[in-house]
Design a protein around this ligand. Sequence first.
Ligand code: 26V
Length: 808
Amino acid sequence: MFHDKETFKKAYLERLISMHGKGLEETTPADQYYTLGMMVREYVSRNWIATNNQYQVKDTKQVYYLSLEFLLGKLLKSYLINLNIRTVCEEGFQELGLDLEKIEAEEPDAGLGNGGLGRLAADFLDSMAALHYPGHGMGIRYRYGLFEQKIIDGYQVEIPDYWLREGNVWEVRKSDKTVEVRFGGEVITKEMGDTLSFDHVKYEPVLAVPYDMPVIGYHNKTVNSLRLWNAESAIKDYDFDHMHNRHYHQMIEYKKSTESISEFLYPDDSTFDGKRLRLKQQYFLVSASLQTILARYKRQHEDIAHMPEKIAIHTNDTHPVLAIPELMRLLMDQEGLGWEEAWDITTKTISYTNHTILSEALECWAIEVMAPLLPRIFMIIEEINERYCQKLWDQYPGEWEKIRRMAIISDGYVRMAPLAIIGCHSVNGVSALHSTILVEDLMKEFYEEEPDKFNNKTNGITHRRWLIGANPGLTNVITDVIGAGWKSSPSQLKRLISYKNDAALQQSVAKVKLENKEKLAALIWRDYGIKVDTSSIFDVHIKRIHAYKRQLLNVFHIMNLYKRVKENPDISITPRTFIFGGKAAPGYHLAKSIVKLIHTIAEVINHDPSIRDQIKVVFIRNYGVSHAESIIPAADVSEQISTASKEASGTGNMKFMMNGALTIGTLDGANIEIAQKVGDDHIFLFGLRPDEVLDYYQHGGYHARDMYNRDKRIRVILDQLMNGTFVKEDVDFKSIYYSLIDYDEYFVLKDFPSYVDAQQTVEQSYQHTASWYEKSIVNIAHSGAFSSDQTISRYAKEIWDLEPLRVQ
Ligand code: 26V
C-alpha cells in the first residue's frame, strides 16, 4: 500500500472512509493522523512477527533494556523515515490536498520520561533496531506523562498530561501475556530437609498487562518491541480466603491502589524522595519483566544455567535494579536453584548504567518502606548484603568504616547503587569524565574490588530523528556534498571536513540555518507575540531547569549585557535572541523561581525600546521532544554550561552540534569529548575545570561573597534581584540571591567573569560569517562520533555480548 503514491492514495482514502464513515473533506486532522497510523501499523505487522519468529528460531541472544522512562516523543514521522515511505506519503498527501507535517503534528508526544535518561532510552531503541540487534525495551505505560507546563504571570503551573486521551495508535494490548506481581503479605519460611522454602502469603496481587509498541529499524526488516506494562486490579482472582470479610468499598480501594501504580510518571529527576508508590512502580516493572523474560527463556531451553548466553538485562540507572533480587527470587523460589548458582546467573545477566553523581539523586529506600512492601525481596537483599559484608570483613578485618561505606544496607536504608554494583557484571558511566569520576571517587572502593566491571560508554543520539527527521534542509545539503552514505553510517559525516572551507557549502549551511530560524521566529511570533530578528544570534538554553545546569549564569549574562546596551545607547552589539525552554520539578522551589526570573527579565527587556531590539528573551513553554526538534535546527549557539563535574554526559550538546550550532560550554560531561573532536577553536570553553570544582568541594577555599565584593558587575546583578529593577512588588527573588551569596554551591558567580569573556568571543566570532560556518561544518562533521549507533555497538560488543541478526 506504500509502493507508489497512486496505490497509497487509493488505500488511504478507502481506509479513511471505512474507519471514520466520512469522506476526506469531513475528516479532521486527528482522523487523518489515526488512519495513516493504522496503515503503518498494519504495514509493519508482518515484519514484527517475522522478527520475533526469527529471534526464536535462530535462538539468538536478546537484550532487554529496563527503564522507568522512555521519552519517545512523536513516532509517526520516525516510522515513515525508517520504513522509507515518507516521500510516497508526502507526495500522495499533497495530491489529496493534505499536509503530512500538519498531520504528524496531531500525534501527542509520548512524554514518558523526565529528560536525558528517558530520551537516551528512546534513542537506544532506535539504534538497536537500525543495527539489527535483538533488543527490546521494557517500561511502564504511564497514563499521565511528564506534566504539561503552563505559564501564568511568569510562574510555572503544572497540568496533568493525559497523553492517551485519543488512544495510542501504536500500542497493542496483549491480555494473554498478563502476569501477576505481588506486594505486601508475609513470607513463611519452611525447612524441607536441608533446604528452606519460602511461601509468600497474604500478598496483594496486581496484574501487569503488556502493551507492545513496535520499534522499527532503519531501511531494514527489523521490528523490535517496546513493552509497556499497565497495572490493573486482579479482583477476579483475588485471594478471597483472606479477603472474604472485606467490604465493597475496600475492594474499590484495592482497585484504585493497584491502578495507581501505572498512573503517572514521577516528575522530579533531581531529588530522591523515597515515596512508596515509586518503589511499587519499580518492582512492578521489574517483576513483570523478569517473569516474562524467564518464561520466554524456559519455553526454549531446558538448562537455566545457560541463561546468560541467551539473555542480557540492562538497568537504566538504579531505578530497575530490583531486577537483581527479583531474578534471584525467581531462580531460587520458583526454579529451585541454590544461592550460588542463582547468583552466578544473575550477575552474568544483569548490567547497569549510572547517570548521575548528584548525591541527592542517589536512591536509598528506608527499610520500613521496603520490607513490608516487598518482604521476600528484602530478605534476599539482606542476604546479598550479609554475604558481601562477610567477604569484606574477611578481606579487611576490623575496618568497620569501610564496610559501612560499602554495605548495601546501612543506617536503616537500602542503597541501590551498591546493590547494582555488587549484583551485576558491568557498571558504566555515560561519558569519559563521568566514568572517571565514578571509579576515582563515587565508586572508588568498589572499583578497587572489581576493576574489570567498570567501563565507559559515552552517550549518543540518533541522527535519524535529530538530523534526518528534524532538519531536512541540512540533510539535503550534506547529501549533495558527500552522498547519502552517512544516513546509514553516520561516521561518514566526517567527509565534510574536506569541505569545511568550501564557500558554497558554507553558504548553503548558512541558508538552511536562516530558513530554520525563520520557521522558529514565525512560531515565536504566533505563540508569544515576540518579534525576533533572524539575523540575530539564536542563543539557546533548553533542558530541565536545575541549579547545576546554571540557567542563572545565562540570565546574569543577559542582565549584564542589557545594562551595557542601556547605558551606552550608541553601542551596537551583535543582536541576540536568547531562547530558553525547560520544566522545573513541581517541588523544586529554586528552579521555579528561575522560571519566574527568566520571564521577569524577558518582560522588561523585550519591551524596552531604548535597546533597539538588540536583545530579545524568549521562554518556550512546555519544552519537550517535539519542541527540541524545531528549536535545535534553528540554533546558532548551544548553551552547555553546567558546573564542571555535574553533568554526567549531556545529549542535547550532541544534538546541537549535529545541527551546526556552536557550543559555549564548560569542561563537563561529553562537552570534553566534543571539544577533543572538534578542537578548541571550534567550541567556546570557559569556567572552572572539573578537578578545580572537586577540589573546592573537598578543601574549601571559595567564598562567593568575595566575588560579590570584588566584581562590580556581579554586585549590580545581584542587587537588581532585590532592588526593583526587575522586581515588581509581589515578586521575590530573595531565595535566588541567598542561594548564591551564602554558598553558591554551583559556582555561578565564580564562573561568571569567564563566561562573559567567552560570550564576547562568541559575539566577535559571529561577525566572521565564513569562519563561523567553517566551525559549524566541523561540528557537523564530527557529530557522527556521537551517534547512538556507535554507542549501541559498544554496549552490544563490550557489555551484552550480542550479535546482530539480519531479519529476512
Ligand atoms: C532521577 C530520579 C531520582 C529521584 C526519583 C525520580 C528520578 C527520575 C529520574 C532521575 C534521573 C536522573 C539522572 C539523569 O537523568 N541523568 C542524565 O542522564 C543523561 C543520559 O545519560 C545524561 O546525558 C545527563 O547528563 C544526566 O543528567
